[in-house]
Design a protein around this ligand. Structure first.
Ligand code: RUQ
Ligand code: CUA
Length: 668
């Protein structure tokens, strides 16, 4: 956000004196305390050994990951690596998962994750998958919620900044990705000053309901604005998708000023059923486009990559009726559709009101051709013909809105640092609560769906100075849990978060708790380097490549003494955890490795690449304290100079040695 904290607090102080004052006075003031309701402690207390009511999935922001918290306790349950390497468990470091981070730009170890989105059935989160977008190098990922693991990543071509993503249609037929930055399509070397002529946006619809098969169904070519966020219609507006756009000025420099000129920008309303028709009628153009699709094979658990080469591109000029623009004040950020599917709420960052469009009025305006102009084949509907109402004096800097399913909407106010509750239909503000500070997204479990579980609201705040013990120049971002079960919002709890959580989603624990996988079945493990029993490990050489197959079980590796490796070799340790018991993990690391450890789930095979740099003895050990004799869980690799005649040796059974020798002879 471009609004400075200082400036924002001044504005806040000017508009709502109490908040400015609160900031000015010391932490833990009586005022702050009194904002916390008397029974807050008991409301968030989850006794040791008890479960939380909700799973909450928060984006890890610029960590690239997803963080899973229990609500109401705010306890961190897990970090799920998605778009960034994760040394804690070897994601993106081991050979099995590296392909997930492949792109047409090569292997990318990092991205910025923004908006987690649960899969839905009939407009209600169903707990099958969680999707999340990569903002920097546009991609979408699928996380399986029986394992809490990333299973699939699709790159989005003809896009530069995958921000309006990966919001889902009500039955998860599609998730979307819209480009934040318009660029030449195809992207090529042109003067930046030719922006208005050459730069375009795209809205991508991605098929999402089949694991391992995500693909771009079609893209829609749009004017060169910045596309910011999106949400699907539902109920009566099912079949439509809404995207905010700003920079309708098409500025290419100093956007802070130059993209803040127009009083209104647009919400783009996309009729994706119409888009499907145009594709079926051959009206979409097949465009050469280079992108990667990566997915995890379900039995070998090995990630694979394929390169794709074309997409179907729809130009609204040749597919009339596919898109309309709803004028919307001013530089809108979030766009959110209420549970009934009738109201489309935009968060105009610089607007003084919260505009709410009516789907019914929009349809009538389309039928009546109430257009004020047409831009690149996209009719602009008249503001008065589509607006349902405006929330007056809501606060400053509205960004995002969620719903409680009881007729109320809650909007985050970045500048005035508050959450504002207002009534759908009458548009009156009924309550407001300060948050600490500069709230971006907010989340109600199911709050963007047809059936919100409207008990709690989580405010995700960018700035926390003075809320926690100071930790140097950078403080954690934070979440604040707010009780919305009554008329008045009540602050219950603060907890720090990982990275910068943009959006979050949550659902009742019961939806997924009992579907959790406890271990991978060893018998079904088809990793080509699996070792299924003690005596099946060994060592084999192919040129300068050495493969070591090994098992891990409490409390040893087998084999655990290895010889015959030479300087100049590339060594692969293929380690299988042959435990068949929930939560019994082992780890693997070897002295001097330029890699992360492996963490091995029960029944799983993971592979670590190692290039030893000099002769000597290299110990390896289990990194996960797995048993009383965990410290005994170790071994040695002997590395000899290049060209030495040290024989290959692994201290496993005679039978295995004989088989390996045979296999080796066979290769010659
Ligand atoms: S965006 S506030 Cu991706 Cu609102 Cu974060
Ligand atoms: Cu296995 Cu420690």
């Amino acid at each position: 956000m471009k609004i400075s904290f200082k400036g924002s607090m001044l504005l806040a102080a000017a508009s709502i004196g109490a908040i400015g004052l609160l900031y000015a006075c010391a932490p833990k003031s009586a005022t702050t305390q009194s904002l916390v309701s008397g029974d807050a402690a008991s409301r968030v207390y989850v006794a040791p050994g008890s479960y939380d009511e909700f799973y909450s999935f928060m984006s890890g922001g610029y960590s690239g990951q997803v963080a899973v918290y229990g609500l109401p306790s705010g306890r961190l349950l897990k970090l799920i690596p998605v778009f960034s390497q994760f040394p804690e468990d070897g994601y993106g470091y081991n050979e099995e998962t590296k392909p997930l981070l492949q792109t047409t730009y090569g292997f990318l170890p990092w991205d910025d994750s923004h908006h987690p989105e649960l899969s839905q059935t009939d407009g209600v989160p169903d707990g099958r998958w969680l999707f999340i977008n990569a903002n920097n190098t546009p991609r979408v990922a699928r996380i399986d919620l029986t394992r809490f693991e990333t299973d699939e990543i699709l790159q989005i071509p003809n896009s530069a900044g995958g921000h309006a993503s990966p919001f889902t249609t009500p039955s998860t037929k599609y998730i979307v990705s819209a480009t934040r930055f318009s660029v030449p399509i195809p992207n090529t070397d042109v003067p930046i000053a030719s922006y208005k002529k050459n730069f375009k946006g795209t809205l991508s619809f991605i098929t999402a309901d089949q694991p391992g098969k995500m693909d771009i169904a079609f893209q829609i070519l749009m004017p060169g604005y910045n596309y910011d966020l999106g949400h699907a219609g539902k109920g009566p507006s099912d079949g439509w998708f809404f995207f905010t756009s700003y920079n309708s000025e098409e500025a290419n420099a100093k956007l802070e000023e130059n993209a803040s000129q127009n009083d209104k920008d647009f919400v783009a309303a996309v009729n994706y059923k119409r888009a499907e028709e145009c594709v079926a009628q051959g009206k979409a153009e097949s465009r050469p486009s280079d992108y990667m699709h990566n997915w995890v094979d379900s039995t070998s658990r090995l990630a694979k990559s394929e390169r794709k080469s074309s997409v179907k591109l729809i130009d609204p000029q040749t597919c009339p009726g596919v898109a309309y623009y709803l004028p919307t004040p001013k530089s809108p950020h979030g766009v959110d559709v209420d549970p009934t599917g009738e109201y489309i709420v935009a968060g105009g960052k610089l607007a003084t009101v919260i505009p709410v469009h009516s789907f019914t009025k929009m349809q009538k305006a389309i039928a009546d051709k109430a257009f004020e102009s047409t831009i690149d084949g996209i009719p602009v509907l008249k503001y008065d013909a589509v607006i349902a109402g405006e929330v007056q004096r809501p606060g400053l800097g509205p960004l995002h809105t969620e719903f409680d399913g009881k007729g109320y909407a809650y909007t985050s106010m970045f500048i005035s640092s508050e959450v504002v509750k207002w009534k759908l239909g009458t548009w009156e503000v009924v309550d407001r609560i300060p948050v600490y500070y500069s709230v971006g997204h907010l989340m109600i479990p199911g709050g963007d769906s047809k059936k919100p579980w409207g008990m709690y609201l989580v405010s995700m705040n960018k700035i926390t100075k003075d809320r926690y013990l100071p930790t140097g120049p950078e403080m954690a971002q934070s979440a604040q849990l707010i009780d919305i079960s009554g008329d008045k919002m009540k602050l219950l709890l603060d907890f720090p978060t990982i990275g910068e959580p943009h959006y979050a989603q949550a659902l009742p624990a019961g939806v997924i708790k009992d579907k959790q996988l406890k271990y991978h079945k060893l018998a079904e493990n088809t990793n080509p380097w699996v070792t299924k029993s003690e005596n099946d490990g060994g060592i084999a050489r192919t040129g300068k490549r050495v493969d070591i197959k090994m098992i891990a079980i409490r409390s040893h590796f087998a084999p655990d003494n290895l010889e015959g490796v030479q300087v100049g070799d590339t060594v692969y340790f293929h380690v299988t955890n042959i435990e068949q018991d929930w939560d019994i993990l082992h780890g693997f690391a070897v002295l001097g490795m330029a890699n992360s450890e492996l963490i091995l789930e029960p029944g799983d095979t993971r592979t670590l690449q190692w290039i030893p740099k000099g002769p000597g003895i290299y110990p390896f050990y289990c990194t996960d304290f797995c048993s009383a004799l965990h410290q005994e869980m170790q071994g040695y690799v002997r590395v000899s100079p290049a060209g030495s005649n040290t024989k290959l040796m692994a201290n496993v059974s005679k039978k295995t040695q004989a088989q390996l020798a045979e296999a080796k002879n066979g290769q010659r």
